[in-house]
Design a protein around this ligand. Structure first.
Ligand code: DAT
Length: 177
């Protein structure tokens, strides 16, 4: 793999991860509105840039061309000031992120949200299991320094607002240092 120089970012890169339906895009959209950070919705970027590989009918999803996607994101990530939104965290270079927020929700709320989104069968089940077994939190803790990984519950509107506040405070702290 090519070696990229380590540069000092002028604004932080934030990873927002968690099981589909926990509220990542809702939170990221708000954060992008109240901060000057760029919201990078990885699923959408992958789709728009032909980074989707074969379709997996069992889970009704596509396999990502991770290398192509990472190469395409390298430049914008080196600049800094990004909020990256994706349900998986293990294939990003660790050096990209200054902090990782893992959103969580209770299974009953998550079930309702995914059902409303039209998920059913194996796709719905596997996402609920993913939340029950805290797969996204474990993945983040495994691949990033545990001190930079924070879990945030996102069950209701009040928590959504609290999370926006917490992340804004974190950004301010980062900028002050
Ligand atoms: P994700 O991007 O993680 O897949 P989303 O932002 O699309 O999730 O949210 C899924 C649904 O849940 C959507 O209908 C909005 C709703 N939602 C998100 N965060 C919420 C919160 N804190 N309280 C109540 N509903 C929320």
């Amino acid at each position: 793999a090519p070696q990229y120089p380590t540069i000092n970012r002028e604004a932080p890169n934030i990873l927002v991860t968690g099981t589909p339906g926990v509220g990542k895009s809702t939170l990221c959209k708000k954060l992008a509105e109240v901060t000057a950070l760029r919201w990078l919705e990885i699923s959408k970027i992958a789709k728009d840039n032909n980074c989707l590989q074969e379709y997996d009918p069992e889970f009704d999803t596509h396999v990502l061309d991770e290398d192509k996607l990472m190469d395409g994101l390298e430049e914008v990530m080196s600049i800094g000031g990004n909020i990256v939104d994706y349900h998986s965290s293990e294939f990003f270079p660790e050096r990209w992120f200054d902090v990782v927020f893992v959103l969580t929700a209770d299974t009953s709320s998550l079930y309702d949200r995914l059902n409303l989104r039209g998920y059913s069968g194996k796709k719905l089940e596997s996402n609920i299991e993913c939340e029950i077994f805290k797969i996204c939190l474990d993945e983040a803790k495994q691949f990033y320094r545990t001190q930079i990984v924070h879990s945030l519950e996102s069950i209701n509107e009040a928590q959504l607002e609290e999370n926006v506040q917490k992340i804004c405070q974190w950004i301010q702290m980062w900028l002050n240092n």
